[in-house]
Ligand binder design. Structure first.
Ligand SMILES: Nc1nc2c(c(=O)[nH]1)N[C@H]1C(S)=C(S)[C@@H](COP(=O)(O)O)O[C@H]1N2
Ligand SMILES: [Mo]
Length: 233
């Protein structure tokens, strides 16, 4: 029998492109080229280009849980383990300062979110460049995204252009103009950490209402973008 979904989640048969409405019209300029920086409280800033050499590739099939309560089951991601990337690249080449354990991921669209380093070192957390056997498309985070399956979708930053290691989170802010309650410091699905200050079950009802509008908005912006790309060809 299939595993039950986590508390408050329902299954969506499609895996939609999704996010905060501000980012719906934004797409990566160079979806085939992995290129991102490692910056922050590190001894040395790095600019990295994919593909990842010397790191072992992994495949993981996981359910994806958006904080607004939809889940897309059984997505097969391919990429490298964040823990191996951290040990072999970040620790050795960028050398974070002691205590630089707040990790901020930034997308090319201006989106960002953060996770404690400890959560990122867990088994199954990937820097992914493939979904269901194909290169990641513009819908799902090309050229590179974070996959943290124990955490809500909003922690799984798409279109990664920067990874920052911070000693403290004083200057970290969830993307403008979205309220701070939407960003839980951890966002673990198993504990229903949907946001801060409000209990997860309460946010379920609030968030559920925005799903159809948001899916439609992301779909129409994607269609427009594809039409424009076709004209350019
Ligand atoms: N760069 C970027 N990453 C993002 C978002 C976004 O708007 N921009 N939205 C987040 C949210 S709320 C969710 S649910 C997932 C959706 O991933 P998907 O579009 O692959 O379904 O991406 C997350 N990562
Ligand atoms: Mo989400």
């Amino acid at each position: 029998m299939e595993k039950r979904l986590p508390a408050g989640q329902f299954e969506l048969k499609e895996f939609p492109r999704f996010g905060l409405s501000r980012f719906a019209p934004k797409f990566p300029a160079n979806p085939d080229q992995i290129r991102f920086e490692i910056v922050g409280d590190v001894e040395k800033t790095l600019i990295l280009e994919g593909p990842f050499e010397g790191l072992s590739r992994q495949e993981r099939t996981e359910d994806f849980h958006c904080v607004t309560t939809w889940s897309a089951r059984g997505q097969k991601w391919g990429g490298v383990a964040f823990s191996e990337f951290f040990d072999k690249v970040v620790l050795q080449q960028a050398r974070p300062e002691p205590g630089a354990e707040l990790v901020v991921f930034r997308g090319e669209d201006g989106y960002c979110s953060s996770l404690p380093l400890q959560d990122l070192m867990a088994d199954g957390v990937l820097l992914a460049d493939q979904l269901n056997g194909e290169r990641l498309g513009i819908e799902h985070g090309a050229p590179l995204r974070l996959v943290a399956p124990a955490h809500y979708g909003y922690k799984n930053v798409k279109h990664i252009v920067r990874i920052e290691f911070w000693r403290d989170g004083r200057n970290y802010r969830f993307p403008f103009p979205y309220p701070r309650f939407m960003d839980h410091p951890r966002g673990r699905v198993a504990y229903e950490e949907r946001g801060r200050w409000f209990p997860g079950w309460l946010l379920r009802y609030l968030y559920r209402m925005i799903i159809p509008l948001s899916i439609a908005n992301f779909k129409s912006k994607t269609r427009k973008y594809r039409q424009q790309q076709n004209k350019l060809k």
